[in-house]
Design a protein around this ligand. Structure first.
Ligand SMILES: Nc1nc2c(c(=O)[nH]1)N[C@H]1C(S)=C(S)[C@@H](COP(=O)(O)OP(=O)(O)OC[C@H]3O[C@@H](n4cnc5c(=O)[nH]c(N)nc54)[C@H](O)[C@@H]3O)O[C@H]1N2
Ligand SMILES: Nc1nc2c(c(=O)[nH]1)N[C@H]1C(S)=C(S)[C@@H](COP(=O)(O)OP(=O)(O)OC[C@H]3O[C@@H](n4cnc5c(=O)[nH]c(N)nc54)[C@H](O)[C@@H]3O)O[C@H]1N2
Ligand code: SF4
Ligand SMILES: [Mo]
Length: 743
């Protein structure tokens, strides 16, 4: 599905939002203002452009420095993703740089794995130990017996290391635990995924539909700026969420859906568009395949059919469908990002994609667009040796459409081999697998089977506690990195550069990977003297201005037409070369060619479905130890419906109050850490909700340790998407108990 030019196309309570709309400046539109807008006055500071790593959006920042210390971080006005502004986390990057709990020295384990006893070591000793482990595994079992788990931009050096070493097992939890089903669902329908940054034209949309996507809490700077802009211009917002999210508070229609029933709502919306002939007929005739089958499929999926399934009143389904149709083709069904919810996720995404096709919004202004990127030659070096070895996550029962390696699949394969060989070693870079993979008990079981585990980290997080060797990387503000040239409507190349020298004995990833490469006999692959020289070479080979890039932090490329309105011709890289409303490939594999609704399991009596999400001030558990960001939000809370709270067994005499501490017990008897209740009407009565990333158990995180509760601890069950192997995690149920009683 890869082409050189990535194509992207891409309430009962309704009306409550009106009062909050049109509230002026973009910066504090969500009631959150990072307080920093870049300006020319630098107060005598030295200003160094680089890009953020507080989340994976990678906004361009200007780091101010005085007397060798970073004094503040603001948005780079020249960078297309920040436009001079940052989200609250981006401005709090110094809270990571100056975190007193950072990893300061390489560590080598003493005693048994997981006993949490380490001695500090020199870099030479630690690197020798890692190389020894990797060489032994390669000699005994082949390079494929080592797996790399990676997340974050700095992982590029380690991916290069693993490709040079010869292992096909490279995975990130941002696929099978995050966007995997989304990419597969859009690829099946339009022949292309939506990528990151998402190829959508939010800014020009006249109607935006968010299906569980909680923008504003889920804080990707540019996306939130674009959404604010669209709404200021009068765009309608439709939000489908069991919870009255920040986005729902801005919406014209809020559809408080029963969790897990979105496919029923989507089919009913499709029914309304077709029955009322509100879809884009000429677009559908010209570009799609399978309309007749779709029409027949949804003929009985009326709003009245969907009402008892979803809890959304038929009239609200009709009115919201008409609003999205009235705005077409500038009617954006936002593709979402974290899509692994219930195990039927690729099909839910397919239903969203089909709806977008009926609105004619793929390849159209205000819908999905088709951006390009700037060409950038690689650093000269040898070719990776060709390997025929299959990935370890692929067994006989593999997931046919998984187009990336499954992190959960590598974990499973470590416990029970799924390929012709066993996994014996892991390297973990920038991903806290204990928090991010479902069922940590399984992850630990896999770790206990390994010969060798090395973790490259900035903080003493849970996964580091299980390592044999811990390698302390310096933070993004202390290092140069590879160049970034994403697909975006304004193509650009961005540069990360060292703002201050690495603190303690920490080292940049490019250096760690190179030094390991030399010890593994791969010196030819690591011929670069430094990351700065590496980037300079690539930029010169591309014929660009290196000094300008260093000065501005970003180089802008030529824009190309991104939608039909700009003269772009549409083509689709599917089997039929059309938009596939009906999917022959899915049918051949034994899956529904058009999405079917299958009711989710009901919560057992007295239990709630556990849902989770984000807070604007934090990124998962990676920032919960950041003292600056925790001034805004220090501890997660449990959202629970006020009426449901009155009926919880054990609370009859004294109803649960906001601020009171409770514990959760899940269907497998697993108890959570204590968490404060937030008793509210802003969530349905059949589910509870908390922000992910709390409840750290690692004692080295002296601020975050023991703060709030971990949703992941309750995720002992998950439902695997049979199409691509994503792990749906919204399938756990919890009972609420008084904290004291459970202690
Ligand atoms: N239960 C549950 N599970 C989830 C989710 C959820 O909401 N609930 N969310 C899912 C989603 S959407 C995703 S994308 C995944 C993400 O899961 P992860 O990939 O685990 O992401 P983070 O939690 O951000 O972990 C990043 C780790 O990188 C470290 N780090 C930060 N900066 C650097 C650096 O510069 N260098 C190095 N070497 N390390 C660094 C941090 O200290 C942190 O331990 O989790 C998924 N899993
Ligand atoms: N501030 C901040 N921003 C972030 C991140 C972060 O850690 N912090 N992480 C980033 C990453 S990697 C990702 S993937 C995204 C994730 O952000 P999103 O893509 O928005 O995805 P989720 O976290 O799954 O969305 C949670 C929302 O879905 C709702 N929900 C739960 N179940 C259902 C359901 O059955 N139906 C519907 N319609 N809604 C439901 C919840 O109530 C909640 O509001 O955020 C990104 N942005
Ligand atoms: S969205 Fe925020 S945290 Fe993410 S890269 Fe941009 S400024 Fe940094
Ligand atoms: Mo994610």
């Amino acid at each position: 599905m890869s082409v050189s030019r990535r194509q992207f196309l891409k309430i009962s309570a309704g009306g409550t939002a009106a009062a909050t709309l049109g509230s002026g400046a973009v910066s504090n539109w969500w009631g959150i203002d990072s307080g920093h807008v870049a300006h020319a006055d630098t107060d005598g500071d030295q200003v160094i452009p680089t890009f953020c790593e507080l989340c994976f959006w990678k906004c361009g920042v200007l780091a101010h420095k005085k007397n060798g210390r970073v004094t503040k971080i603001v948005g780079n006005p020249k960078h297309p993703l920040s436009r001079g502004r940052l989200c609250p986390r981006g401005t709090g990057g110094t809270g990571l740089l100056y975190d007193p709990d950072r990893l300061k020295q390489p560590l080598i384990r003493q005693g048994s794995r997981g006993s949490d006893r380490f001695v500090t070591a020199s870099w030479d000793a630690a690197l020798d130990r890692v190389a020894e482990g990797m060489l032994a595994i390669r000699k005994k079992h082949g390079p494929e017996a080592m797996a790399l788990f990676t997340h974050g931009f700095g992982g590029s050096w380690f991916k290069h290391l693993f490709k040079s070493y010869g292992s096909p097992n490279i995975a990130a939890p941002s696929y099978a635990q995050c966007r995997g089903p989304r990419e597969v669902g859009y690829s099946l329908t339009f022949g292309q995924g939506v990528g990151s940054p998402e190829a959508i034209d939010t800014e020009n949309a006249r109607c935006i539909t968010l299906i569980g996507n909680h923008l504003g809490e889920n804080m990707h700077n540019t996306t939130v700026q674009d959404l604010a802009r669209a709404i200021e211009r009068g765009a309608d917002l439709i939000v489908v969420d069991p919870r009255f999210s920040v986005a729902a508070s801005k919406a014209k229609y809020w559809l408080p859906i029963k969790p897990g029933t979105d496919i029923a709502l989507l089919l009913a919306w499709i029914n309304v568009l077709i029955e009322e002939e509100r879809y884009d007929k000429s677009y559908v005739d010209k570009h799609t395949k399978g309309f007749a089958e779709l029409k027949a499929h949804v003929a009985d999926k009326t709003p009245d059919w969907a009402y008892p399934l979803t809890g959304i009143e038929p009239e609200l389904i009709r009115r919201s469908a008409r609003a999205m149709a009235a705005a077409r083709p500038a009617s954006l069904i936002h593709p979402g990002r974290h899509a692994t919810w219930y195990g039927d996720d690729t099909q839910r995404v397919r239903a969203m994609a089909i709806l977008s096709a009926l609105l004619g919004s793929w390849g159209r202004r205000g819908g999905f667009i088709l951006p390009s990127n700037m060409s950038l030659p690689p650093y000269p070096g040898p070719k990776y040796a060709h390997t025929d070895t299959a990935r370890a996550d692929r067994g006989a029962s593999s997931y046919p459409l998984a187009d990336e390696t499954l992190a959960s699949g590598l974990c499973d394969a470590t416990i029970t081999p799924q390929a012709a060989y066993d996994l014996h070693g892991w390297m973990v870079y920038g991903t806290n697998l204990i928090q991010s993979l479902p069922d940590a008990r399984r992850t630990i079981k896999a770790i206990q089977k390994l010969d060798f585990l090395v973790v490259v980290e900035v903080l003493p997080v849970e996964i580091a506690g299980w390592a044999d060797v811990v390698l302390p990387e310096c933070t993004y503000l202390e290092r140069d990195d590879d160049l970034w040239n994403p697909y975006y409507k304004q193509p650009f190349i961005a540069m990360r550069q060292e703002v201050v020298r690495p603190m303690y004995a920490s080292k940049p990833g490019w250096w760690i990977a190179r030094e390991l490469g030399k010890r593994l006999g791969l010196a030819d692959f690591f011929a670069y003297p430094s990351a700065a020289e590496y980037s300079k070479k690539r930029i010169e080979l591309g014929g660009y201005d290196y000094d300008k890039l260093r000065r501005d932090g970003v180089l802008l490329g030529k824009t190309t037409p991104v939608c039909e309105e700009e003269g772009l011709g549409l083509s689709f890289d599917t089997e039929s070369k059309k938009i596939e409303l009906y999917s022959e490939p899915l049918k051949k594999l034994g899956f529904h060619p058009i999405p079917e609704f299958v009711p989710p399991q009901e919560p057992p009596f007295g239990m709630f479905r556990l849902l989770f999400g984000r807070t604007p001030a934090h990124t998962f558990g990676r920032t919960t130890n950041n003292r600056f960001l925790s001034e805004v939000y220090a501890e997660n809370e449990l959202w629970i419906n006020a009426d449901a709270a009155r009926r919880i067994p054990g609370f009859e005499d004294e109803p649960l109050k906001t601020g009171q501490r409770v514990v959760l017990v899940n269907q497998d008897g697993v108890k959570s850490q204590p968490i404060r209740a937030r008793v509210t009407q802003a969530i349905r009565g059949d589910c509870v909700y908390m922000v992910h990333g709390y409840g750290h158990t690692a004692k080295g995180l002296r601020f975050a340790h023991g703060r709030g509760a971990a949703d992941n601890r309750m995720v002992t069950r998950f439902k695997v998407d049979p199409i691509m192997g994503g792990t749906g995690m919204n399938v756990n149920f919890v009972r609420v108990e008084k904290a004291e009683a459970a202690a």
